[in-house]
Design a protein around this ligand. Structure first.
Ligand code: UDP
Length: 364
């Protein structure tokens, strides 16, 4: 039985703490914020609708084991996420599918005609293969016009960088479909925790061997009283940024309660080319909550604020490698484990965080 300190009560910390407590270890969690859940924290508003305080989170996974794990702690509301994108004065299904193409070009295509259509668009375009950056990864699939309508400006807004500076890995998150499937994700298991993500995390932490201290930021040396530290904060912070600063992107969330039943026809509408915000989320579509009012959230990407995203460009990837070498040495000494989006500097989805936590906890 080990005494283990977990720095951070986000999804990585909650999952690791629970798994390790169930292995018989004694867990203490230090969380800097006044709430648990990290960026999946949500709270119900007087309108009766739950806001996801750090932006929209849709749980999706292909892995039954991960679905079984989360559904131990929450009932899930089945939810298939559908996103619309506002471009050229109209709403289009996004990611790009057959209907997006037909609507944008004013043509009609069968599924099996879509690849040839895209091939013609791609032939007209300039790009390098194999694609080494976001722009080329998209343009090599759909050509320059679709790239311009849906990706170019959204990506520049979101990352405050030219899309050709970003890793092709970011483009890999967004599929292109020849059929009419307009779901954002096609994973077998998808849903939103019925009582919310915060309630799910509370249940995970509800274990006699887990103690949670909120408003208690982890400080260097706290681990001295413990056998092991699981660190889920910023990777560069752990090393006092001595190799240089990794970029993490944040978002300014503009929440609004509106006296109308429905604001928009989908949970999320993206605005690639208009306005300074990237997207608007209307939460009631996701949560299924009923109210005469509605809760929306506009997202303004920002360099300042709570870290939400890692920035996968050449500079940060090189820096990550240097920090990871240091992290590996500490992990090798079995003193610290680096876990989660911030600490591993990876653009993880929620299920990937849980998968990683399962993997590292199985090794302890
Ligand atoms: N993206 C885009 N246009 C869109 C949606 C996404 O160009 O309408 C790009 C953008 O660079 C974004 C990335 O694809 O950051 C990943 O999108 P995803 O929806 O996975 O972002 P998240 O939900 O993680 O913010």
């Amino acid at each position: 039985m080990k005494k283990i300190l977990v720095a951070g009560a986000g999804l990585a910390g909650c999952t690791a703490a629970r798994l390790l407590a169930e292995q018989g270890h004694q867990l203490t969690i230090y969380e800097a914020r006044e709430h648990i859940g990290g960026n999946i924290y949500d709270e119900k508003q007087p309108s009766g609708i739950t806001r996801q305080v750090y932006g929209p989170h849709i749980f999706h996974t292909r892995q039954q084991e991960i679905w079984q794990f989360v559904t131990r702690f929450t009932k899930m509301r089945p939810f298939q996420h559908r996103v619309l994108s506002y471009t050229q004065g109209q709403l289009y299904p996004f990611p790009i599918n057959r209907d997006t193409i037909c609507q944008l070009y004013g043509i009609s295509l069968a599924n099996d005609e879509v690849p040839a259509f895209l091939e013609k668009e791609v032939k007209k375009a300039q790009f390098d293969l194999p694609a080494k950056n976001f722009r080329d990864a998209i343009v090599s699939q759909v050509g320059e016009y679709l790239y311009h309508c849906f990706f170019e400006n959204y990506t520049a807004k979101q990352w405050q960088r030219d899309p050709s500076e970003l890793s092709a890995e970011v483009a890999g998150r967004i599929p292109v479909r020849a059929n009419r499937d307009d779901r954002y994700f096609t994973d077998r298991y998808q849903g939103i925790p019925l009582p919310g993500y915060t309630a799910m995390c509370e249940k995970m932490l509800d274990h006699p061997q887990i103690e949670v201290c909120c408003k208690r930021p982890y400080k260097k040396g706290d681990e001295q009283d413990f056998d092991l530290l699981i660190y889920t904060g910023r990777l560069d912070d752990f090393f006092d940024r001595d190799e240089g600063e990794l970029s993490y992107r944040s978002v300014h969330f503009d929440f609004q309660t509106l006296d109308e039943k429905e604001y928009q026809p989908a949970a999320v509408v993206n605005y690639p080319n208009d306005y300074d915000f990237t997207r608007i989320t209307e939460f009631k579509h996701m949560t299924g909550e009923h109210s005469s009012q509605t809760e929306i959230c506009l997202e303004y990407p920002s360099a300042e604020g709570v870290p939400c995203y890692v920035v996968l460009n050449r500079e940060n990837l090189a820096l990550r490698e240097r920090y990871q070498a240091k992290a590996k040495a500490l992990e090798h000494a079995e003193k610290v484990i680096f876990l989660g989006r911030l600490a591993e500097y990876k653009y993880y989805n929620m299920d990937q965080v849980i998968a990683r936590a399962m993997e590292v906890c199985a090794q302890i």
